[in-house]
Design a protein around this ligand. Structure first.
Ligand code: OKP
Ligand code: ZN
Length: 329
């Protein structure tokens, strides 16, 4: 299977994230990449499709912010990664503010997603990898993989969060529709709900989103991913902490039946290996071999598939988990 990766994605190297009242070492470490690269072997550098496909999906003001945030942070006299600390609550009126701290809160929903000097560059090439995987699949490949890192599924049209800055899955889906596909489905199997992807599904009947994830009553991102948000082109299948393959399988079958009914021309899989039993920030109990079973079930749909990397933080198991999933195709 063709795998896309660009060395510039390493330039995003966040030091810390803030949760539970303290700074912790960032879970999205650049060394995640080494584990995956060692396991998948040869990769191709993505082509540069430019800014247009990213600007089709994301808000212009947000993109401008993302590109300039760390410069503005430094201009305000700070070092290192830019962090938000004040957030406009949901109903606060729109204000045209220029202060970096106001912009950081306006365009973020958490304190886990700092912006470093090269975050834009890394996120840009992460999205380009997804677009190149799409080109491979529309060109006739059965499936292709993009090692998207930083990930994308928590990023909305005008916000970052959950280690995500640009939503590669939606960028890819929008590009496929622009290129003439009539129907695309995004299947998200990361441990965490893909809130950014879901948010961008409103009014998009040609794109559908189905997600299997930890119940947001107990797990991040809390405010999205509940079963009662399912409607039309959205299906949320939350599962409790402790879910193993036996308990996971029925949800996967339900997701696959739902996809089959929609008969998409293209499938995009947001693949997270953070459902693994040893993941340090998650609470499902899948084993390495389960990813092969999962992939074979998905592949049985017979739909051309773009596979995008999302989370997965158990470095010791990460390479094997990704290779097992890709091997299942
Ligand atoms: C990104 B992806 C841990 C707090 C974690 C952020 C999680 C982001 C997950 N106690 N907060 O979906 O893998
Ligand atoms: Zn995750």
């Amino acid at each position: 299977m063709r795998c896309f990766w660009d060395e510039r994605q390493r330039l995003h190297d966040p030091l810390q994230e803030f949760f539970n009242g303290a700074l912790h070492p960032a879970a999205d470490q650049a060394k995640r990449v080494d584990a995956i690269l060692a396991a998948i072997g040869r990769t191709d550098a993505p082509a540069d499709a430019g800014l247009d496909p990213i600007a089709r999906t994301h808000d212009g003001g947000y993109l401008q912010f993302l590109r300039s945030a760390n410069d503005r942070w430094q201009a305000a006299g700070r070092d290192g990664d830019a962090f938000p600390y004040t957030f406009p609550v949901v109903r606060r009126r729109a204000l045209k503010l220029d202060r970096i701290d106001a912009l950081l809160g306006r365009y973020s929903f958490d304190t886990a997603t700092p912006i470093g000097p090269e975050t834009w560059t890394a996120a840009y090439w992460s999205a380009q990898g997804a677009l190149s995987a799409l080109v491979a699949v529309t060109g006739g490949e059965r499936a292709a993989f993009a090692l998207c890192r930083p990930p994308g599924h928590h990023a909305g049209a005008d916000y970052c969060g959950g280690y995500s800055y640009l939503n590669s899955a939606v960028i890819c889906a929008d590009a496929a529709i622009a290129a003439g596909k009539r129907s695309v489905t995004i299947l998200d199997v990361d441990y965490h709900h893909g809130n950014g992807t879901q948010d961008m599904m409103a009014g998009r009947d040609e794109i559908a989103f189905v997600s299997i994830h930890a119940d947001p009553a107990t797990d991040y991102p809390f405010y999205w991913g509940h079963a009662d948000e399912s409607r039309g082109n959205i299906l949320n299948l939350p599962l409790p902490r402790g879910t193993d393959w036996t308990a996971y399988q029925p949800a996967l079958i339900q997701a696959i039946d739902w996809i089959e009914q929609r008969a998409p021309e293209l499938l995009i899989v947001s693949y997270g290996a953070d459902t693994h039993e040893t993941d340090p920030i998650s609470h499902f109990k899948l084993k390495t071999g389960d990813y092969g079973s999962m992939a074979r079930r998905i592949a049985s749909l017979g739909v051309p598939t773009v596979i995008l990397m999302e989370g997965g933080y158990a470095i010791d198991a990460l390479g094997a988990n990704v290779a097992e999933f890709l091997g299942g195709f």
